[in-house]
Design a protein around this ligand. Structure first.
Ligand code: HEC
Ligand code: HEC
Ligand code: HEC
Length: 461
């Protein structure tokens, strides 16, 4: 062989090797086309989409006259609890799937709950045999691992619905320093009395521990303040998801009449502009100077550092078997058994989907307090019937520090919140002993901030 030919051959070999390596490294689960195609077939055969969409496929009931009413009730319930449209579309298009959808599908298959066994008799042969089950469960596992590749998770826990919090997310440190100052700066409020930290104190779990937050002039809002810790993991911000990013979120409170009550961002930048030292530091990082966009960008960058890794539970997931007790572990098993981990999933055990409060029982009928605009939840934004009383699922990290609970701040203790979840979401009355175990598990979710276990000076924890 001529020297040049040899070189070309060698080059081709290298290119081919690189291509293979690239494909291996970037083997996102959706690239596993065969498994995806098999799963699509299973979903089609099982008729999941006949019930779990806004446009149920009715012909199949036509042959079941007596069952008609029952079927219609089931179909409307199916769509109410789980809309599978997006998942089916994402699957078809090879896009990454939601952790919530994966957890939900996995759980009903494990429990043998779906497709509904009672329809096997009348239905078009949707028997879900063991082979199909295995394919579906493997498919969930592969997607989950691909979505959340995290080398730190112990091999036996890679398929858990809950994931450890990252130690850090990459940030621009100069912006973080500015954002930290702004987060604690009362000049963001009309009368210079309230800062973000007034309601989201970093020494008080990132919340104010009040049912409703108190803004300028002692005014109260109508909804409970969620924590800023780990908010970077939320798929959207606010109970109703009206802000898509942390920066968009940070533009809200300063102009909110009952929170910081400023007339405009110009009013804020005018005040900050008088502070020459601050302006100098700010323009070094943002050459175009003070503006709503730059201020909220800096706050967002700071909030990305409000992570609380290294909780006892995360250490357990990373392989430290002694990090949690047998009771706490039993609590985690119950948390999974009772479907909690189909809504409270991922790194923060929530923040990934909108879900109804009152799936099995009417929460508001029992509450005995008047309905408010805030109770409408996601509906406030979309005006879609299905979104009424649907909220972004709150994350459960550091939950022992963030009482009271729920969007209306009506649950005073973790006990109350867990019992209410079991009743309204699952229709079960949990024995105290199980409530205790679940609460014990929830306490293992308290993490570290700046290398120290997070505490709350309001609560003696
Ligand atoms: C005949 C209609 C029907 C079909 C077909 C069907 N479901 Fe359901 N599904 C329902 C109903 C009704 C509920 C509500 C059950 C309840 O709350 O008691 C439900 C609930 C669910 C839930 C919510 C969790 C839960 O336990 O309530 C998931 C997830 C789910 N179904 C997934 C699936 C999947 C995946 C398939 C296909 C393999 C499927 N369903 C097929 C009617 C159906
Ligand atoms: C007067 C008290 C108050 C002040 C001041 C305040 N917040 Fe909030 N914060 C709340 C309340 C109440 C909510 C929930 C509102 C809702 O969901 O509609 C909230 C929601 C949030 C969320 C969304 C968290 C989630 O899980 O959805 C973030 C992030 C946040 N605030 C950050 C900030 C920042 C940054 C500032 C300063 C610019 C700030 N807050 C000022 C009370 C306050
Ligand atoms: C169908 C989805 C779903 C299921 C299942 C579910 N939750 Fe929730 N969880 C939510 C939603 C939505 C909220 C917010 C309710 C509200 O604010 O009105 C919530 C709130 C909570 C809160 C209060 C958090 C806070 O900061 O206010 C706790 C604690 C909790 N859930 C624990 C559990 C436990 C334990 C289980 C299982 C027994 C469970 N959840 C099952 C959706 C769910």
């Amino acid at each position: 062989m001529k020297k040049s030919t040899k070189l070309i051959v060698a080059l081709l070999v290298v290119v081919a090797a690189l291509a293979v390596t690239y494909r291996l490294m970037h083997r996102v689960p959706s690239a596993d086309l065969e498994a995806d195609a098999q799963m699509q077939q299973i979903i089609t055969d099982a008729g999941c989409l006949r019930c779990h969409t806004s446009t149920p496929d009715l012909p199949f009931y036509a042959s079941v006259p007596i069952a008609g009413k029952m079927v219609m009730e089931d179909v409307s319930k199916a769509y109410r609890v789980f809309d599978m449209t997006r998942m089916a579309e994402d699957l078809k298009a090879g896009r990454p799937l939601s952790q919530v959808d994966l957890a939900k599908v996995e759980k009903v298959i494990l429990d043998g709950k779906m497709p509904m066994p009672k329809y096997y008799l009348v239905h078009w042969g949707a028997s879900f045999n063991d082979a199909k089950k295995e394919i579906a469960l493997n498919w969930v596992k592969n997607h989950r691992m691909g979505l959340l590749a995290d080398a730190a998770v112990a091999p036996e826990f890679v398929n858990e619905p809950i994931r450890p919090i990252a130690d850090s997310i990459s940030v621009d440190v100069r912006k973080v320093l500015l954002g930290d100052m702004l987060f604690h700066d009362t000049r963001l409020s009309a009368d210079n009395t309230v800062s973000c930290a007034s309601c989201h104190g970093l020494e008080t779990g990132g919340v104010d521990n009040k049912q409703y937050s108190e803004g300028v002039g002692g005014q109260f809002g109508g909804v409970n303040a969620p924590t800023v810790y780990n908010a970077a993991y939320n798929f959207v911000q606010f109970w109703d998801g009206r802000a898509g990013t942390l920066a968009e979120q940070a533009a809200g409170p300063p102009l909110n009449p009952v929170e910081m009550a400023c007339e405009s961002f110009d009013q804020i930048t005018a005040k900050l502009a008088e502070d020459k030292a601050f302006v100098k530091a700010f323009t070094e990082v943002y050459p175009d100077g003070l503006s709503e966009k730059n201020i909220t960008d800096a706050i967002q960058e700071f909030e990305k550092t409000l992570l609380t890794p290294n909780s006892r539970f995360d250490r357990y997931l990373k392989g430290d078997k002694d990090a949690v007790t047998a009771d706490e572990l039993a609590g985690y098993e119950l948390f999974k058994k009772y479907d909690c981990a189909t809504c409270h999933v991922g790194e923060i055990l929530g923040g990934q989907s909108y879900e109804l409060i009152g799936v099995q029982h009417d929460y508001f009928a029992d509450r005995q307090a008047e309905m408010t605009e805030e109770d409408n939840g996601r509906f406030k934004q979309t005006k879609e019937e299905r979104d009424l009383h649907r909220f972004k699922v709150p994350g459960l990290r550091n939950i022992e520090l963030t009482a009271p609970y729920f969007h209306d701040g009506s649950m005073k203790t973790m006990d109350d919140a867990v019992r209410a979840m079991a009743k309204y979401q699952l229709g079960i009355d949990l024995p105290q002993q199980e409530v205790d175990k679940i609460v014990a598990f929830l306490r293992t979710l308290t993490g570290e901030y700046k290398g120290k276990l997070l505490t709350n000076k309001n609560m003696e924890i």
